[in-house]
Design a protein around this ligand. Structure first.
Ligand code: URP
Ligand code: ZN
Ligand code: ZN
Length: 451
């Protein structure tokens, strides 16, 4: 045995128990009371939680949009992940031009990540208009370990509902999961034109420009298509109570619909758009109301939403400052590093989630949905030894100066937390310990998903 974590509380998707964890090489070797491990390094974790590493299933590291690139690249993005107890991230392979094939885009993205990533990673494949027709390419991507497709109902890369329906059918045959950014393009376009005509273009109008009904309608449309296709579907970054309710209603009828939300939709409201730093809070879909926050917590607690991810998309302070209107301010915020501690402080400590639920929404469910389980998202013997030692007593006030994103800000500045990751192990390697990053570029591996 190489490492013995002794005296902690082991938290899994099913239970919390006082137990030791033994690690041999890169794998969990044993979990149980009073383990003996002659020759192993022993770490006393009395009073701490031992959690499976968190999975941030929605990140955009070094993402190009026009002439801009998000501030966190594969190195800084995955370094900050390690510092926040996140041991696997799932980013996107997106064709850069209409002519680029899915497999070309995937090869390029894997190449970008290979020598830079400090934690393990998977990819979702973005499917551009027309590419849903190419069964051979879709199949090739799945065979390379990318088992989820991503499409948009808005933005330039949007697919028509007919095209999304076609992709859902292809995905069902391949055993892949279609993930969808849901905002109705017609509603957003009409609203945007109305606001521009009225001279209401300040970033303060961002939430008004992308109303809740745009998300709810798109979610309902996509759920209907998935039902007709008999295919599972996953809705990314649900921001509205209405969207969560549509997912819950479909699930209660037995449909395989999954929903993800993000800490900013659980904890922040559109009131941020009236402040001086409104641009920093601009992301799509926008922040909503306190009633939406509460509804999202309720649906997460009830299991109607299964995943919390961050949509880490770190346009920097400087890039954001160049925005003069809601439609030209770079959209997206950093988040991976604060995912686990925010969900613990505001989810578990506020009574919305139990500790096993925390593990489910941050580790086990994304691992299962994206074909990584039980290698990831589990502490059972044979799983990768991706482990977080979490100190439930440590008090931290979040501030960008103590975080590691190149964005230079956090939308959770000043939030008081109780409970913070103390150490992170990636496949048995200590990559973060008490404030110090100890990992290295290239240490992270691509983890192929399996259908
Ligand atoms: O504003 C956001 N969320 N930017 C990232 C891209 C996306 O829509 O997820
Ligand atoms: Zn999106
Ligand atoms: Zn995103």
């Amino acid at each position: 045995m190489d490492l013995l974590l002794k005296g902690g509380w082991v938290v899994t998707a099913a239970r919390v128990e006082q137990a030791d964890v033994a690690i041999k090489g890169e794998k969990i070797a044993a979990v149980g009371p009073d383990l003996a491990a002659p020759g192993a390094v022993v770490r006393d974790v009395t009073g701490k939680y031992i959690l499976p590493g968190a999975i941030d299933a929605h990140v955009h590291y070094q993402m190009p949009t026009g002439d801009l690139l998000t501030a966190d690249d594969w190195f800084t993005g995955t370094r900050l992940a390690a510092c926040g107890g996140v041991t696997t991230v799932i980013d996107y392979a997106e064709p850069a031009s209409p002519g680029e094939s899915l497999t070309e885009a995937l090869t390029k993205r894997l190449e970008e990540a290979r020598d830079q990533a400090c934690v393990d990673y998977g990819l979702h494949q973005v499917v551009m208009p027309g590419q849903e027709e190419d069964e051979a390419e879709l199949r090739a991507v799945v065979e390379k370990g990318v088992t989820s497709f991503k499409v948009f109902t808005t933005y330039a890369q949007r697919l028509s509902l007919a095209a999304i329906s076609h992709l859902l059918q292809q995905a069902r045959r391949l055993g892949a999961l279609v993930t969808v950014h849901c905002e109705d393009h017609e509603i957003i376009t009409a609203k945007r034109e109305e606001l521009i005509a009225a001279g209401q273009t300040d970033p303060a109008y961002h939430a008004a420009s992308r109303p809740a009904e745009a998300e709810v309608k798109a979610i309902r449309d996509v759920i209907a298509l998935a039902g007709e296709a008999g295919a599972p579907v996953y809705i990314v970054h649900v921001s509205t109570g209405g969207g969560a309710e549509a997912i819950a209603a479909a699930r209660s009828k037995g449909q395989q619909v999954y929903g993800e939300t993000c800490p900013h939709y659980l904890l922040l409201t559109e009131s941020q758009y009236t402040g001086p730093d409104s641009r920093l809070f601009l992301m799509c879909p926008p922040l909503r109301t306190a009633a939406d926050n509460e509804s999202l917590w309720r649906h997460l607690a009830a299991g109607a939403l299964q995943v919390v991810a961050t949509d880490h998309c770190s346009y920097s302070r400087v890039q954001k400052a160049a925005g003069t209107a809601f439609y030209n301010t770079p959209s997206g915020v950093p988040g991976t590093e604060t995912l686990l501690p925010l969900l613990y402080s505001f989810g578990v400590r506020n009574g919305w989630l139990t500790l096993p639920q925390l593990v489910r929404v941050l580790s086990t469910n994304p691992a299962r949905l994206f074909g990584l389980y039980p290698r990831k998202g589990s502490l059972r013997p044979g799983s990768d030894a991706d482990v977080v030692i979490f100190d439930p007593r440590r008090q931290v006030t979040l501030t960008a100066a103590n975080l590691h994103s190149a964005a230079g800000y956090t939308v959770f500045e000043g939030f008081h937390l109780q409970g913070y990751p103390e150490a992170t192990y990636l496949r048995g390697w200590l990559i973060y310990d008490q404030g110090c990053f100890l990992g290295q570029a290239g240490q992270g591996r691509f983890i192929p998903g399996r259908v």
